[in-house]
Design a protein around this ligand. Sequence first.
Ligand code: COA
Length: 146
Amino acid sequence: MLDSYLHRQAGQDMKRHLAACFVLEDEGKNVLGYYTLSSSSIPKNHIPLDWQKKYPATYENLPSTLLGRLAVDHNHFGKGLGATLLMDAMKRSLEASRSQIGSMALIVDPIDESALKFYHKYGFILIPDSGKMFLPMKTIAPLFRD
Ligand SMILES: CC(C)(COP(=O)(O)OP(=O)(O)OC[C@H]1O[C@@H](n2cnc3c(N)ncnc32)[C@H](O)[C@@H]1OP(=O)(O)O)[C@@H](O)C(=O)NCCC(=O)NCCS
C-alpha cells in the first residue's frame, strides 16, 4: 500500500497541495524511504485532559501537522532509516510551526500494531478511540535547540 502510494498517488497529492512528500534516496537515486506531511487539526477534547488544559478554552480544534505516511524499503529495515525519516519530519514540522504555520503537535495514524509500537517508542501518545497518536511540539522542541 505504501509502495503504491509513492508510485501512483504521491505526485497527484503534491499537485493538489494535499500532501508534501519527502524522499530519502541513495547516491544512485534509488528510493530508500519517504514520508508525507499535511496540515491537519484535532478536536481538543480528543486529547488527554492534562494536555487539553495547556491550551486556551477558546480553541475547540487544535492546529496540527499530519505525518500521513512514513515507510522504509523493506530491504533496508533495521538500519536506522525509519528513525532518520521520523527525526526529519519532526524537525521540519517544528520549524514550520515556529515560523510559518502554527501547529501544536505531529499526528500519526499507525497502519498496524507494529507501526503503533514504532511511534510509541518515540513518545507518541495514543488519542483514545481514534487510533491516532500525537507528539506535542513542546516535546519535540527540546530535541532541536538552535
Ligand atoms: C516502521 C518502519 C518505518 C521502521 O523503519 P526502520 O528503518 O526499520 O526502523 P529503524 O531501523 O530506524 O529503527 C529505529 C528504532 O525503532 C525500532 N523499531 C523499528 N521498527 C519497530 C517496530 N515496528 N516496533 C517497535 N520498534 C521498532 C528499532 O528497533 C530501533 O530501535 P533502537 O534505536 O532502540 O535500535 C518500517 O518498518 C516500515 O516502513 N514499516 C512499514 C510501514 C509502516 O509501518 N510505517 C509506519 C506507519 S504508517
